[in-house]
Ligand binder design. Structure first.
Ligand code: SDX
Length: 426
């Protein structure tokens, strides 16, 4: 039996269908709202607005649930690899052993970037932010690989290129920013090991692969791989809806992720912890500042538009911090500070009433520091992890018969009709 909601407006009753999701969440389908009532909705930040139906990722913000294609994030973090998870997100099923082997061969074949791209890197100012470089390079890939992406095969090869080259491009920006020689990927290394190799190998000190860090990076990227219709994913979908090539849509997603309210928060958390450390570890002052309405300061890594419970990814990353610091016998005072800050915030009425918990970015910087990743590359690490999610969501939107050019409406609040005033009368 189909469900409806009724809307009464100017003496008339209108009915709009209810759409019910797999887990019982409900939405009003307002695709006929304007044509039948002349009304539009207004929803700043789209906090109450669904942009699409999607079968990729399920989140329950109240219960702190996250599943990729139905599989709980905890099981994927425990048993899967980043590449297997990327395959699951993009293809809707876990790969067979043979399929995984084929993917690995393709990743090797496409792991290099065109040598001419190094000229682009060389011409960025030394202090250029790696997210700005990565976004530019993702867009530049289109110039080197101009396939039209109209047939399945061209789309698939573009997907492989992006997934394989993104880590090479990221490592290149680090090496070149330090004036070091670019290190090429190795065919005998798997995805995360190859990235660490390209980042830290040098002719004088070969990089020794540490399996604890390789596994930590694999899990880090699994936890970042998708998160339904967040800011950067919605950007990829919106830019993609104009039917631009995938490289340009991904470049837009990288730019959207860069913001400190979104993926840029992982870098902002470490900067915040360092400030608190400089202030003698006075986390109470940071909490008071975060609560002060007059102060724009927010507790970075805390709060979430959807999670009103502990972000399940933050839980897993926090556990990972303890594990790798212990295994590597590293102590990081910022981890102790972060835990104390969490404890103070979670017992404070302000944070309790507003359901503000640590999100994925709160502890992730600690893991990345343990790997030796420089702070200004933390959001690049997030982008590499999120790339399969962006691709999966883009593909789903391209295959969705309901999907069309994204173009929101507005409520106009400017001046009504006004005559032009010649300059000598102003
Ligand atoms: C990511 O969407 C996703 O899925 C994103 C992501 C993903 O995987 O793609 O999960 C990744 O972006 C995680 C979020 C990283 N950002 C941060 O850690 C930045 C700090 N957090 C906040 O800026 C904030 O919590 C947001 C932006 C994340 C969410 O903010 P909302 O949903 O717009 O909520 P809001 O700003 O309306 O806040 C509600 C209330 C406000 O107080 P009142 O006006 O009601 O009195 O909570 C307060 C806010 O002032 N608040 C905070 C706070 N976050 C919200 N107060 C202090 N510190 C904070 N961190």
């Amino acid at each position: 039996m189909s469900e409806y909601v009724k809307l009464e407006f100017e003496g008339k009753i209108y009915q709009f269908p209810i759409v019910t999701g797999t887990e019982g969440e409900k939405a009003i389908d307002i695709s006929e709202l304007r044509s039948s009532t002349g009304l539009i909705t207004l929803d700043p930040g789209y906090a109450n607005t669904g942009s699409c139906a999607s079968s990729i990722t399920f989140m329950d913000g109240e219960k702190g649930i996250l599943r990729y294609r139905g599989i709980p994030i905890e099981q994927l973090a425990e048993h899967s690899s980043f590449i297997e998870t990327a395959y699951l997100l993009i293809n809707g099923k876990l790969p067979t052993g043979e399929e995984l082997k084929q993917i690995s061969i393709l990743f090797n074949d496409h792991s290099l970037v065109h040598e001419d791209m190094q000229i682009f890197y060389q011409n960025f100012p030394r202090g250029a932010h790696p997210m700005g470089i990565l976004s530019s390079m993702a867009n530049a890939l289109r110039s080197f690989y101009p396939e039209l992406q109209t047939i399945e095969e061209e789309i698939n090869i573009t997907v492989i290129r992006l997934l394989s080259k993104v880590r090479t491009m990221a490592a290149m920006s680090y090496k070149i920013s330090r004036g070091h020689k670019v290190v090429y990927p190795r065919p005998d290394y798997k995805y995360p090991a190859n990235f660490l190799h390209m980042m830290f190998d040098t002719p004088v000190k070969p990089y020794e692969i540490n399996e604890t860090l390789v596994r930590a990076l694999d899990v880090f990227w699994i936890l970042h791989a998708d998160h339904e219709q967040n800011c950067s994913t919605s950007t990829v979908r919106l830019v993609g809806s104009g039917r631009v090539n995938l490289y340009a849509a991904i470049s837009a997603g990288i730019s959207a992720l860069w913001g400190p309210l979104h993926g840029g928060a992982n870098q902002a958390v470490i900067d915040m912890l360092k400030e608190i450390q400089k202030d003698g570890g006075n986390h109470q002052r940071a909490v008071e500042k975060a609560k002060d309405k007059k102060d724009p300061f927010r507790l970075m890594g805390f709060g979430h538009r959807v999670y009103k419970a502990y972000d399940p990814r933050a839980k897993l990353i926090k556990k990972m911090c303890d594990k790798i610091l212990k295994e590597l016998d590293i102590s990081d005072p910022l981890l102790d500070l972060a835990k104390e800050l969490e404890e103070v915030a979670l017992t404070d009425d302000y944070f309790i009433e507003k359901n503000l918990y640590p999100n994925v970015d709160f502890y992730s910087g600690i893991v990345l520091r343990a790997m030796g990743i420089p702070t200004n590359m933390f959001t690049v690490m997030f982008a590499i992890g999120r790339l399969p999610g962006w691709i999966a969501q883009w593909k789903e939107s391209m295959d969705d018969p309901m999907w069309k050019l994204g173009r929101p409406r507005q409520v106009y609040t400017g001046p009504s009709i006004t005559d032009y005033i010649p300059i000598d009368q102003r």
